[in-house]
Design a protein around this ligand. Structure first.
Ligand code: XBP
Ligand code: MG
Length: 247
């Protein structure tokens, strides 16, 4: 293989999903949704089983709209401001509740994540984030879980505000690759869900999946590897996995 092609396929960047991958956040998201429903005076309450199925829908606003249309189709309005405005208002309440929870320490990074991020940075790999969550949620997580001085470790962040087409659509990953200025072949995606895996694979990325309690039952066909978590996973091991053929 000529040097140029070889260089193009060398691992040069890690692209992290946020929710469920960097940190186990969905329990805090679930509590925040329920807090918003109560604050709005709605008798809606999502339990873990329902939320686990609703997580098939990426994006908090899209998830609430799906629930409203499928569980309360008769409700055309709540407070006279129309469906879209009400969803936006509920999502603002939810995001404020989630931000307060993360600031209060409700969310920790998953095992091995911080060590891998720091090692990758020290070894010259570029780090990016590709998520369907809202920018507020990323900022508060990075500030509280990684530390305000470390949040600049991620040279590219694409999120719900920059990539409106949600996973499994590949838009967020395609935009991340464009901004990194790298071919998919020299990057590795890290995900936790089937929607995320499908989005990354559709963008041409080899993807390592670390499932969690909300996603363990998902179909991870097409993943490069499925690992319980990133504990003890080194950059050297990622280089080796990246260089190996797809499962
Ligand atoms: C997971 C999601 C998000 C979160 C809720 O994002 O689908 O919708 O569940 O956050 P990721 P928002 O791609 O990081 O796994 O309410 O801000 O959408
Ligand atoms: Mg995720």
């Amino acid at each position: 293989m000529n040097k140029h092609v070889e260089s193009d396929l060398m691992l040069k960047a890690l692209i992290f999903d946020v929710d469920g991958t960097l940190a186990d956040t969905e329990s805090a998201h679930l509590a925040a949704f329920n807090h918003a429903f109560a604050e709005q005076g709605l008798d809606w309450h999502w339990d873990v089983a329902l939320y686990t199925s609703l997580l098939e829908i990426s994006g908090g606003k899209e998830r609430m709209l799906h629930y409203w249309n499928h569980v309360h189709p008769d409700m055309k309005d709540i407070d006279g401001s129309g469906l879209r405005d009400t969803i936006d208002h509920l999502h603002a309440l939810k995001t404020a509740a989630y931000e307060a929870a993360v600031q209060g320490g409700a969310v920790q990074l998953r095992p091995g994540v911080l060590a891998l991020i720091e090692q990758a940075h020290q070894q010259g790999l570029r780090l990016a984030i590709a998520t369907t969550t809202s920018p507020v949620n990323i900022a508060v997580l990075l500030r509280n879980a990684i530390g305000a001085d470390r949040k600049d470790l991620f040279v590219v962040i694409e999120d719900a505000s920059t990539a409106p087409k949600k996973k499994p659509h590949p838009q967020v990953y395609l935009q991340t690759l464009t901004r990194l200025g790298l071919p998919a072949g020299s990057c590795l995606a890290l995900e936790d869900s089937s929607n995320g895996l499908r989005a990354a694979v559709a963008a041409g990325l080899k993807t390592i999946v670390t499932p969690n309690n909300f996603t363990a039952h998902h179909d991870f066909s097409g993943a490069l590897r499925v690992l319980p978590n990133l504990e003890g996973v080194s950059v050297e091991q990622l280089h080796t996995m990246h260089g190996q053929p797809q499962n």
